[in-house]
Design a protein around this ligand. Structure first.
Ligand SMILES: Cc1cc2nc3c(=O)[nH]c(=O)nc-3n(C[C@H](O)[C@H](O)[C@H](O)COP(=O)(O)O)c2cc1C
Length: 194
């Protein structure tokens, strides 16, 4: 079937998504690199897999295709400038990792199991091996199998929505007991198998 829907990157309807910002680190023919990817998703528990969607001409794609490994970090709420730099310049033209280090904006540590720099002070850091890659529309989906992972629960993840960065807001309260009772009663009434 031919799909006729083409949405521009800043279409107001797709601005309704709320995402994390993945900071994807890689190393390969381009050299050490970092990019920002809002399309970063945990897609399987066991085995543990994370998918990222990256444009084929990005330095990150070339690095991952060659080295078959990459780092995925979830940006912390104070890492908006890191995201802007990682997402605003191509690693083909600029060594963003050295730029970030020298500007004192970010620090990196050596990964345990892969040959890719990992960013410090993120909400989560995962070292991944490439399990699968698939061209989907105008991006390539890279699926990484997690081989090392750590999280810093004191660092809240940065939120990305409507083209801007946000901090997590207030917790939405659970429904009132009467609403819960109604749902319970109706779930009995509408059971498919009695
Ligand atoms: C917040 C943010 C989120 C982004 N998300 C994605 C994404 O999910 N996939 C993608 O291909 N590019 C995304 N980008 C754009 C890339 O980060 C950008 O093209 C970057 O320059 C690629 O770097 P590289 O060429 O060094 O790999 C995003 C940019 C920003 C600022």
């Amino acid at each position: 079937m031919e799909l006729r829907m083409h949405l521009a990157w800043n279409d107001r309807r797709t601005r309704q998504f709320v995402t994390n910002v993945g900071l994807i680190t890689s190393n390969g023919p381009i050299g050490p690199d970092i990019m920002a990817a809002e399309w970063t998703h945990h897609i399987s528990y066991s085995p543990s897999l994370i998918a990222i969607n990256v444009r084929g001409h990005d330095a990150t794609a070339e690095n991952i295709q060659s080295s078959k490994e990459f780092g995925i970090s979830i940006a912390g709420e104070d890492q908006n400038v890191v995201c802007s730099v990682a997402g605003g310049y191509s690693g083909r033209l600029i060594d963003k990792i050295r730029l970030l280090k020298e500007a004192g904006i970010a620090n990196f540590y050596e990964s345990k199991s892969i040959n890719v720099p990992m960013i410090q002070d993120a909400a989560m850091n995962a070292e991944c091996r490439l399990m699968k890659q698939e061209e989907l529309g105008d991006h390539i989906m890279f699926v990484g199998g997690i081989i090392e992972i750590s999280a810093n629960e004191n660092i809240k993840p940065l939120v990305y929505h409507n083209g801007r960065y946000w901090r997590l807001g207030e917790n939405v309260l659970s429904p009132q007991p009467e609403v819960k009772e109604t749902i319970e009663r109706l779930s009995e009434k509408y059971k498919r198998i009695k």
